[in-house]
Design a protein around this ligand. Structure first.
Ligand code: RIB
Length: 306
């Protein structure tokens, strides 16, 4: 089957703790509350894609355990096609512990387990029955799964969107396959050495990434907005983010990626338009508490002018 968007990526059970201020090293802090919710960059992106109503496939791995069973049910309830999920017999489902402070910013510690156990053979097998317009991935799965998938997607002429997150999992070889790369400010600094504090910084960084062989780069600047550099046109476009009260940033980048890929699959000529809708989607996400439940649907996004 040929899908609009194929997503590959991590699946984690997130254990989130809410605090006023981030604890200091070795300090004991009483938290305001705690939730367990479905997460993982890949799963969040797949939910964002499913909520846009485009056809999709999702490649990811869970363990043969309670978290895995719960993740399968939650993803399926949210409309994600789970028919390509890989079930690892001897490795647990990924889990991530996150701390969200009073500003809504988050810090995560991931135990990536099944995500890091995906093999090249499993990805090759999955790609045998998959065709697609856009391939969207991040870097929270094994290096061999990423390289095999990039190779397969390239051979199938898919447009590849690489979200180089989290920065700790980034490796440069992946850039050579991407049609579009979408780093946030941490990832941009990791890739280019430039600390992005202004649009001028983002422009310099985007050009450096493009010079590494990437035709299109979107530097995400959080609450400020995003900068697109289209190297073939030598053209920069800045999209300002709508001002919202930040409640919870968990999954904001994943919302951006999933909506971007979905809208681009329907409007392949306008990366600028897709970026505007994705920027709005991510602003809406951060204004709401919750993970995948807070990712906006297509109907919600179409209430705005672009
Ligand atoms: O991008 C947010 C996600 O990063 C969380 O859901 C967590 O699981 C980590 O993968």
């Amino acid at each position: 089957m040929k899908y609009d968007v194929v997503v590959m990526g991590s699946i984690n059970m997130d254990i989130l703790v809410f605090v006023n201020d981030f604890p200091n090293f070795s300090e004991n802090v009483v938290a305001k509350g705690m939730v367990t919710q479905a997460g993982g960059k890949g799963a969040n992106q797949a939910v964002a894609v499913a909520k846009q109503g485009v056809t999709h496939a999702f490649l990811g791995a869970i363990g043969n355990d309670d978290f895995g069973t719960q993740m399968k049910r939650i993803l399926s309830d949210k409309g994600v096609d789970i028919s390509h999920l890989i079930i690892k017999k001897d490795v647990p489902t990924g889990a991530a512990v996150g701390i969200v402070d009073h500003t809504g910013e988050n810090t995560f510690l991931g135990s990536l387990a099944a995500n890091m156990a995906i093999t090249s053979v499993e990805i090759k097998n999955s790609f045998e029955s998959i065709e697609g317009n856009i391939f969207l991935l991040q870097m929270e799965t094994s290096k061999e799964s990423i390289l095999t998938a990039l190779e397969a997607a390239k051979n199938k002429n898919m447009y590849i969107i690489l979200d180089p997150a989290p920065e700790g999992c980034f490796f440069e070889e992946a850039l050579g396959y991407a049609d579009l790369v979408t780093p946030n400010s941490h990832e941009t600094e990791k890739i280019t050495g430039i600390k992005v504090e202004s649009i001028e910084d983002a422009k310099k960084a985007a050009k450096i990434i493009a010079d590494k062989g990437v035709p299109n780069v979107i530097v995400k600047m959080g609450s400020k907005g995003s900068l697109l550099f289209e190297s073939k046109k030598d053209h920069y476009t800045f999209v300002e983010a709508k001002k919202v009260k930040t409640i919870d940033t968990v999954g904001a980048g994943d919302t951006f990626a999933g909506v971007l890929a979905s809208v681009l699959s329907e409007n392949p000529e306008s990366l600028h338009y897709a970026m505007k809708v994705a920027t709005q989607a991510s602003a809406l996400k951060v204004s709401r508490e919750g993970g995948q439940d807070a990712i906006p649907t297509r109907k919600e996004l179409m209430q705005f002018d672009y």
